[in-house]
Design a protein around this ligand. Structure first.
Ligand SMILES: [Fe+2]
Length: 384
C-alpha cells in the first residue's frame, strides 16, 4: 500500500506544489515597513524550539555585537540560576538546555551588554498524567494587526506549546518579514515553544525557514518531525515538496504512526495544505490520498491544516476529524460548506486544544475571545 500511494503522491505533489505556490496572491503583498522593537534588548526572540526529550533550544538575534547569556533554573521558585553563553548560528544565537525534567517549569532570561529580558517560564513536556493544553493557528503573513491580536488573545490562555500551520510570512526570502513575524509573536514565543510546519509562502528564499526554526539542530535538517507530550504524539509534515524526493516523509510518518498505535497514544498530524477544505483553494487531493490512508490505518484523531483563510471542522471521516485554521492575518475568505463540513466560519481565530482523559477537547476562538465552535474528539482505534 505504501509504495503504491507514495508513487502517485510523488507525481501529484510536485504538480500540486507548483500550482499552489502561485495561487495565494503575490508574495510581499501589503507589507508595511518593519521597525525594530526599541523596548527589547534583542532584535529577534527569544523563542523556544523543542529538541529531543528534555531538550530546549532558545534562539535570538542581538541588537549589537556581543554574546548573549541565558540565565536559567528549574522550578517556579527563583534560583539558583545557571548561566550559559549562546552559540552563534549565522545571524542567530542559540542556547541549548538539556536534561530538563518533564512537568517542571523552566525559568530563564537573556542577558546582553545592553540589558536583560524579563524572566520567562515554559515546560518541555507534561508531567505524568497531567492534562495538556495547546493552540493551533496559521496563515499570519502580512495582516500584522490581526496577527498581533491573535497572539494577544491566545496568550491569555494557559498553553504548553503552539502549532503554526504555515504561511507565517508572505515571502520567506525576505529576512525583514521573519524579523517582523518573530517580533509580533515575541510575547507568546518567549514562553511557549512553537512547533512549525512550512507553508508555500515560507519556502521561497535561501532557507530562511530552516534557519530560523533550527531544523538542522533538532530535526536532522528535515521539515517533518514528531513530538510527544504525555500520551499525545504530534506529527508535523511538509505538505509541499518532500515527496518529490521519493517520499521518505511518508515512511517517517508511517513509522511514527505505527509506533504511536502500539503505544496506544493519541495522534495529531499538522501540515499546511488541507486534505479536506471547503475554502477557496479547496481540498488538496495530493495530500488527501496518503493522509486518509494513514489516518484510517493507524487511527489518527485529528489533522490540522491551514492554507485556506478560514476556519473549518469536518465531520469525522473514517473516524478522523480534519481542521482548517488559516486565518490569523492573511486576508479572510468566504467558505462554502461541503458534504464533510461540520462547522465553517470566516473570521480571524485560533484553535485551543486540551488533552485529558484520553480525549481531545477543541474550541475555536475569535479575537473577542469568544468560542464559536466546540467539539470533543475521542480516541480513534487503529484498523490494522
Ligand atoms: Fe498557503
Amino acid at each position: 500500500m505504501t509504495i503504491q500511494i507514495s508513487g502517485v503522491v510523488t507525481r501529484l505533489m510536485a504538480l500540486a506544489f507548483a500550482s499552489l505556490l502561485f495561487t495565494c496572491g503575490p508574495p510581499g503583498q501589503g507589507i508595511s515597513s518593519w521597525q525594530p522593537d526599541e523596548s527589547s534588548v534583542l532584535l529577534t526572540g527569544p523563542y523556544i524550539l523543542l529538541g529531543e526529550e528534555g531538550v530546549a533550544h532558545i534562539a535570538m538575534r542581538v541588537t549589537k555585537p556581543g554574546i548573549p547569556i541565558v540565565e536559567w533554573s528549574v522550578g517556579s521558585d527563583e534560583g539558583p540560576y545557571s548561566r550559559m553563553p549562546a552559540t552563534a548560528r549565522g545571524d542567530l544565537f542559540v542556547v541549548t538546555l538539556t536534561q530538563l525534567p518533564a512537568g517542571d517549569v523552566i525559568r530563564y532570561r537573556v542577558v546582553t551588554e545592553q540589558g536583560s529580558t524579563p524572566f520567562y517560564s515554559f515546560r518541555v513536556a507534561a508531567g505524568e498524567g497531567e492534562a495538556i493544553q495547546f493552540a493551533a493557528f496559521g496563515d499570519t503573513r502580512t495582516g500584522h494587526s490581526v496577527h498581533r491580536a491573535v497572539i494577544e488573545t491566545m496568550d491569555r490562555e494557559n498553553i504548553d506549546f503552539v502549532i503554526h500551520t504555515g504561511d507565517m510570512v508572505a515571502n520567506g526570502g525576505r529576512v525583514s518579514e521573519w524579523e517582523q513575524f518573530f517580533q509580533i509573536e515575541r510575547p507568546l514565543l518567549a514562553h511557549v515553544p512553537i512547533l512549525p510546519s512550512i507553508g508555500n509562502h515560507d519556502m521561497s528564499g535561501r532557507g530562511n525557514y530552516r534557519h530560523y526554526f533550527l531544523h538542522d539542530l533538532w530535526a536532522k535538517g528535515r521539515r517533518y518531525y514528531a513530538k510527544d507530550w504525555g500520551n499525545l504524539r504530534v506529527i508535523a509534515l511538509d505538505s509541499g515538496i518532500e515527496c518529490r524526493d521519493g517520499c521518505n516523509q511518508y515512511q517517517f510518518a508511517e513509522q511514527a504512526l505505527r509506533d504511536a498505535a502500539e503505544k496506544d497514544m493519541l495522534v495529531i498530524i499538522f501540515l499546511h495544505f488541507p486534505p479536506f477544505s471547503s475554502g477557496k483553494h479547496g481540498s488538496s487531493l495530493a495530500v488527501q490520498e496518503p493522509i486518509t490512508a494513514l489516518a484510517k490505518t493507524y487511527g489518527v484523531e485529528l489533522i490540522i491544516a491551514g492554507h485556506d483563510h478560514n476556519y473549518e471542522r469536518t465531520k469525522p471521516i473514517d473516524g478522523t476529524t480534519y481542521i482548517v485554521s488559516g486565518s490569523a492575518g492573511a486576508p479572510i475568505r468566504a467558505v462554502n460548506p461541503k458534504w464533510f463540513t461540520a462547522h465553517a466560519r470566516t473570521e480571524p481565530h485560533f484553535v485551543l486544544l486540551k488533552v485529558e482523559n484520553n480525549r481531545i477537547v477543541l474550541r475555536a476562538i475569535n479575537l473577542r475571545g469568544e468560542t464559536f465552535d466546540t467539539a470533543i474528539i475521542d480516541a480513534v482505534p487503529p484498523r490494522r
